[in-house]
Ligand binder design. Structure first.
Ligand code: F6P
Length: 366
């Protein structure tokens, strides 16, 4: 029987664990409806190629084996805004029209875009300009998208960072050291806070809460006075130095990326506590590997719901997780609200209740 409908899917922005699980869920749900799914390669960039780069996603191949894999079988990119696309001569060109006409030539009735805030903003603008239906699926290890409690990839990143703390603790204790673990997260400290609590950190530094090195030193002194010879410190990559600046690296090709604040803080702690410190920058390890069970579940629920929304004729919606349920919200609403750590939220209060130092004060006991 010829397919009743053709839809497209793409992954955009930084990769994370669980993207393939979303793709598999979309393909499985579409197969049940006798729809065909095509996968566009490398985000919207596949549509800038001549001919457009895409692949038919055969349900026989896009199976539970694929669901277990990290990365994205479609490829992705977090470079090249199509509305201001960097050209070889150094100029910026609006190439949105090319993408829209390439998409229309594919004969798809809707697009499912798996992305974070930046990607969903671009895809939503393209969909409005091109007049095609778009459903967004939130993914980002940073968990900073609004309107969803959880984005695909976050849980796996937290598990990786927690395991890193589990591995750092015995070596810290063996050498009487203070171990600093720098984690990703951009301007939101969700990975640091969640993994820091789960991994038994003594100090957690977040971009949302400015720190004073004196508080950290006093807390570590207290730990030592009670007879413990090591400490674990988690630092989110966008934490600012005492002078108020983030540590940003200028990369080849003109890109700028956060990274290195852990080393700054490691030296500050070494000097303030007269201690041996070592710094681990976890980096992209947080994005790779097999997705956790939670990420597979979230991806599955999101993928099925995304196809159901297209079936119901809903457009410009993002699937989301709320109160143990999959729901959907306007994409514009989700991207308008950048979700940072709430300074008086449950996890911050939990950390303080556990006696973890968040850098702004010295936790008191008794
Ligand atoms: O947004 C996801 C993220 O992993 C951030 O946590 C990090 O700052 C950034 O992407 C790294 O980007 P890239 O993959 O380009 O190095």
């Amino acid at each position: 029987m010829p397919p009743a409908k053709r839809i497209a899917i793409l992954t955009s922005g930084g990769d994370c664990a669980g993207l393939n699980a979303v793709i598999r869920a979309v393909v499985a749900r579409a197969e049940a409806l006798n729809w065909e799914v095509i996968g566009i390669r490398d985000g919207a960039h596949g549509l800038l190629q001549n001919p457009a780069e895409y692949v038919r996603l055969d349900p026989a191949n896009i199976d539970t084996v694929v669901m277990r894999q990290g990365g994205t079988i479609l490829g992705t990119t977090n470079k090249g805004d199509p509305f201001a696309y960097p050209m070889p001569d150094g100029t910026l060109k609006d190439r949105s029209g090319e993408i829209i006409s390439a998409f229309k030539k594919l004969g798809c009735e809707a697009l499912i875009g798996i992305g974070g805030d930046g990607s969903l903003a671009i895809l939503s603008r393209l969909a409005r300009q091109g007049g095609f239906p778009l459903i967004g699926v939130p993914k980002t290890i940073d968990n900073d998208l609004g309107s969803t409690e959880m984005s695909v990839g976050f849980d796996t990143a937290v598990a990786v960072a927690t395991e890193a703390l589990d591995r750092l603790q015995p070596t810290a204790a063996s050498h009487d050291r203070i171990m600093i673990l720098e984690v990703m997260g951009r301007d939101a400290g969700h990975i640091a806070l969640t993994a820091g609590i789960a991994g038994g950190a003594d100090v957690i530094l977040l971009p949302e809460i400015p720190y004073d090195i004196k508080n950290i030193a006093a807390h570590i002194k207290g730990i030592r006075e009670k007879g413990r010879n090591f400490a674990l410190v988690v630092v989110s990559e966008a934490v600012r130095t005492a002078e108020g600046s983030s540590v940003i690296n200028d990369l080849y090709g003109g890109q700028k990326r956060l990274g290195g604040i852990g080393h700054v803080i490691g030296e500050q702690i070494a000097a303030a506590c007269d201690a041996e410190t070592r710094v681990t920058v976890l980096g992209h390890v947080q994005r790779g590997g097999q997705p956790s069970a939670q990420d597979r579940l979230l991806a599955s629920a999101f993928g099925v719901h995304a196809v159901n929304l297209i079936q119901q004729g809903k457009v410009d919606r993002m699937v989301a997780w709320s109160n143990r349920k999959v729901i959907d919200v306007p994409i514009a609403e989700a991207i308008a609200h950048y979700q940072v750590v709430e300074k008086d939220g449950t996890l911050v209060r939990t950390a303080r209740g556990l006696g973890i130092c968040l850098g702004d004060s010295v936790p008191t006991r008794g």
